[in-house]
Design a protein around this ligand. Structure first.
Ligand SMILES: Cc1ncc(COP(=O)(O)O)c(C=O)c1O
Length: 379
């Protein structure tokens, strides 16, 4: 395609943009069952648009946005049981996980990182970029980190252990209190990837769901990834990395031509509308709004779980959060055939299963349509 010689009329351009947009699948169509991203709350879109001009890479020009970032970090620190927390709003779980390992490497200088087999692939990117050596720990029968295998593999040369609170494929939560005990014996820090779980587990615990502690309440936990653009209902791209100590100093770089003396993030220019979007949606929903959403998602999950009995599908594990995976044969083929029907489920390699993420934009009738379609191609 050639770079245009002359500008286009706005009306024509808008017509083209609308046509492109119509090709996309919308969350509200109820056809997306394999995404962990939120349909952003209206208030967060409004806030995003209000702050679209600001760039936190140059914070001296945008003290209002900088203030909101500090407040988001402080509110999330409160939610995660750390009063004096350090953190930044980043572009998502990948940047947050890379940044966590980057800080640990610079601060402690070791190379081995223990990853449970269900760790998100962002850790593979991180190890590759940072020259770290991943050591994989097996999963147990519940598909969570096998603490016996961790005991065998950990030693004092380990930089950190990654634990997952809300795994990508199954939504399970590692036994972080037991992992912490093992790590403390070796003086090793725990990084918790709660990119998905961080905005649902605390609210389900308030609703008396029996879920393990996963945050700074657990003593070896030194850092947590949590993504507002997933269960937080904020705009993309927004992720957060929280740390118990000020490890950010270990990734400080001079930023000579800007209003701040140093940068402590991977990105230079930072999409700061997302900071406003996250600030807005947290204040809009509050704990009680998030509790309602969490309960709604779990209600959807129970509904889908019960439909399994009617259709003869077998869940891989009983769902912990709002993710349900179905055991089956030829699941890759089923996923492809469902795509052809414009129903977007995803494949879970850990169990060769089909994975459904029951997000707040899903309705029960969407689940009925999905199961009906699945049953027609299931073998
Ligand atoms: C547990 C977990 N960590 C990290 C990520 C990466 O997040 P992002 O896609 O926002 O970079 C995901 C994405 O689904 C995830 O499920």
């Amino acid at each position: 395609m050639k770079f245009p010689e002359h500008g286009m009329h706005k009306k024509d351009l808008l017509r083209i943009l609308s046509a492109k947009q119509r090709k996309n699948i919308k969350f509200s169509d109820g056809k997306i069952f394999g995404s962990m991203c939120a349909k952003p709350a209206q208030i967060s879109i409004l806030a995003y648009n209000m702050f679209i001009e600001s760039n936190l890479g140059n914070p001296g020009l945008y003290p209002g946005t900088y203030e909101m970032e500090r407040e988001v970090i402080s509110m999330l620190g409160d939610l995660m049981h750390c009063r004096r927390v350090y953190g930044r709003v980043l572009s998502g779980g990948t940047e947050a996980n890379i940044t966590a390992l980057w800080m640990y490497r610079n601060a402690y200088g070791k190379r081995k990182v223990i990853l449970p087999e269900h760790a998100h692939f962002s850790f593979n990117k991180a190890c590759n970029l940072l020259g770290l050596e991943p050591v994989y720990v097996k999963l147990d029968k519940n598909y969570t980190m096998d603490c016996e295998d961790l005991r065998r593999k950990i030693d004092s040369d380990v930089l950190c252990v990654v634990a997952v609170a809300g795994s990508t494929e199954l939504g399970v939560i590692d036994d972080i209190p037991s992992i912490s005990e093992i790590c403390e014996r070796h003086g090793v820090a725990v990084h918790v990837d709660a990119a998905f779980g961080g905005f649902i587990i605390p609210f389900l615990k308030r609703l008396k769901y029996a879920l393990p502690d996963f945050d700074f309440k657990v003593s070896a936990v030194q850092s947590i990834t949590v993504d507002p653009h997933k269960m937080g209902q904020s705009v993309m791209p927004s992720g957060v990395l929280l740390t118990r100590k000020n490890l950010w100093k270990s990734i400080e770089f001079k930023s000579p031509y800007l209003t701040s003396e140093v940068h402590t993030t991977l990105l230079g220019t930072r999409a700061s509308g997302a900071v406003a979007g996250t600030y807005a949606v947290i204040n809009w929903l509050g704990v009680h709004g998030y509790m309602e959403l969490a309960e709604y998602c779990m209600e959807l999950t129970r509904y889908a779980r019960n439909l399994c009995n009617r259709y003869g599908f077998e869940p891989v594990v009983e769902p912990t959060l709002n993710i349900l995976a179905l055991r089956g044969k030829n699941t890759r083929r089923i996923v492809r055939e469902m795509y052809r029907k414009k129903l977007f489920v995803s494949y879970a390699p850990c169990c060769n299963g089909i994975r459904l993420v029951l997000m707040p934009y899903i309705k029960k009738e969407h689940i009925d349509r999905l199961f009906n379609a699945l049953s027609q191609i299931w073998v």
